[in-house]
Design a protein around this ligand. Structure first.
Ligand code: SF4
Length: 540
């Protein structure tokens, strides 16, 4: 047993355990982008003295930093949430072909139930599109050890591996088993003609090599100690990732009359590629099967295909036939509903209402007077004369006060692009684009050249609170440059001048907003509204 487990008596969260695993694997370079449930993992790693750790401007940049570090010989980890993988997929879908050098893992936090996300996305489908292997810890106990193991598998197969976890695991607490402490990586950058150059003449060859490496990884998964089978009999449950802990807890509380005959349970950490040989053996002994996974039916469809291909005659219950709800986090009630469908003697638990509550603006937040001023001015002129476009960030908290405040909102960094499209579509209404400061650096930035070139009928309001406030106040990746100066310079570089207003000067802000709404053509306001919880001088 390592010092890791020997010195700790208090339980830790799943997010902390994942970080412990990366440390045991001697990770040296970490980058990511904040977002629930992934933020806590990088925050935990940031307490340690790594060669490089940062929040990048966006997930694509973070993925490139981590990929470059691995090619250079450093074990590296990318930390992001579900929708962040959408942004990082471009470099990752090619990196999977070239492969990595030192061990590289992607700690990917999915959020079934959308407690802190704009959508419910099972990112494993994207992982499969990029042909990146996926493992999922089945418990806090296994989390640290599986992360360290994933580094070892990755380095051995020269393939980045996704460690997918969900909100339920990140927030669960427990005592992690001691992870394997890896020796330092001996990898260095490999100078070899074309080895790391992806372009058409080598793409097919690389793809073939990737498929060879995936077969090697599937063989490693066949021997994985993190896929565990218990029990026997014709009824089976495959519980993927943290659902294994949840279903075990339910089975432990079965009525005494049923204690002797629980279904056979396979706790599966290897989600893709599946360990098909050992799974087929286990499935051949079952007649009815319940598949439980957060998201899906990702593993469920693979199991159906496996059974079909191996001529295993088995009835599969899961998401595809609505045995369990096809959306939302997998609640105890949903698991119990599935068990009851497997065998009615298992009974059902009553569902508990668990709708995520909207998050209010913090007390004293300067966005309150700002949003009130904007709403008041739009109503005075005629609300229907404007279309407001927002994006992910504390702007959505304004909806708790006025749900008519935003007309359009999709994802992080999308306000300017959407605004450009709306302006191109309807010239009668003035577009009001509410752009976050960190969202601007994340990806709104890419819309700036077109904004300057087309000069749409748009009032752009940059909400400058000084940090990525919604996710906990992570700093800009710009080394402390004053955010207002930086944002004004970015617009200035496109030939756009911005008016700077302080949200604490109420009259001045009201006048600027009114004037911006009444104007025609492109106007840019930067409203400084430093965030009280994260920028200390506001509270002093
Ligand atoms: S975190 Fe900051 S910006 Fe966000 S609501 Fe709270 S005070 Fe306002």
């Amino acid at each position: 047993m390592t010092d890791f487990a020997a010195t700790r008596s208090d339980p830790i969260t799943g997010a902390q355990a994942l970080a412990e695993g990366a440390l045991a694997a001697r990770v040296q370079v970490v980058s990511g982008y904040p977002g629930s449930p992934a933020t806590a993992v990088l925050d935990q790693l940031a307490r340690h003295d790594l060669r490089h750790i940062n929040w990048a401007a966006n997930e694509k940049v973070a993925a490139e930093i981590v990929a470059g570090a691995s090619l250079g010989g450093s074990r590296s980890a990318l930390v992001l949430k579900s929708v962040g993988l959408n942004i990082a997929l471009d470099p990752l879908a090619t990196l999977s072909m070239t492969g990595c050098r030192a061990g590289m893992i992607i700690l990917l936090g999915d959020d079934p139930g959308a407690t802190g996300s704009q959508n419910e996305q099972d990112s494993r489908w994207l992982a499969r599109t990029a042909e990146l292997p996926v493992v999922e810890p089945t418990s806090v106990a296994d989390s640290a050890a599986l992360v360290a193991q994933a580094f070892a598998w990755s380095e051995s197969a020269e393939t980045p591996i996704i460690v997918r976890f969900t909100t339920s695991l990140a927030r669960a607490t427990g005592h992690p088993n001691a992870p394997w402490k890896l020796p330092p990586s001996a990898r260095r950058f490999l100078h070899k003609e074309y080895r790391w150059v992806s372009y058409p003449p080598v793409a097919q060859r690389r793809h073939k090599a990737l498929h060879r490496r995936l077969r090697a990884i599937a063989d490693m998964f066949e021997a994985s100690p993190y896929d565990r089978a218990t029990g026997s009999g014709p009824l089976g449950v495959v519980a993927v990732g943290h659902t294994a802990t949840q279903v075990s807890a339910l089975l432990d509380n079965l009525p005494v009359a049923l204690k002797g005959e629980p279904p056979a349970l396979l706790s599966l950490a290897s989600s893709w590629p599946l360990p098909a040989k050992s799974l087929a053996q286990w499935l051949a002994c079952r007649e009815r099967l319940l598949v439980l996974e957060e998201g899906g039916p990702f593993v469920e469809e693979q199991l159906a295909a496996l059974c079909h291909g191996q001529r295993i005659d088995i009835e599969i219950l899961g998401r595809h036939n609505d045995t369990i709800p096809s959306q939302g986090a997998l609640s105890a009630a949903a698991i119990s509903q599935g068990l009851n469908a497997l065998d009615s003697r298992y009974g059902t638990l009553s569902p508990q209402a668990a709708q995520p509550l909207p998050i209010d603006l913090c007390p004293g937040c300067l966005y309150r007077p700002l949003f009130a001023s904007l709403t008041q001015a739009m109503n005075a002129i005629g609300r229907r004369r404007f279309i407001t476009v927002g994006e992910t960030g504390c702007v959505v908290r304004g909806l708790t006060h006025d749900e008519t405040f935003l007309d359009v909102k999709l994802s992080l960094g999308s306000a300017l692009g959407l605004g450009l499209g709306l302006a191109a579509s309807d010239s009668k209404q003035r577009i009001v684009a509410l752009v976050g400061d960190s969202s601007l650096l994340h990806s709104d930035l890419n819309a700036l050249p077109q904004l300057a070139a087309t000069q749409p009928n748009m009032l752009v309001i940059v909400l400058q609170n000084g940090s990525a406030a919604l996710t906990g106040g992570q700093p800009y990746p710009t080394g402390g440059k004053h955010p207002t100066d930086l944002i004004a310079a970015l617009y200035g570089a496109m030939g756009l001048s911005a008016q700077i207003v302080d949200a604490r000067a109420a009259d001045e802000m009201d006048a600027a907003i009114r004037s911006g709404l009444n104007d025609h053509g492109l106007r840019v306001l930067i409203i400084e509204a430093p965030c009280a919880p994260h920028i200390p001088e506001v509270t002093q």
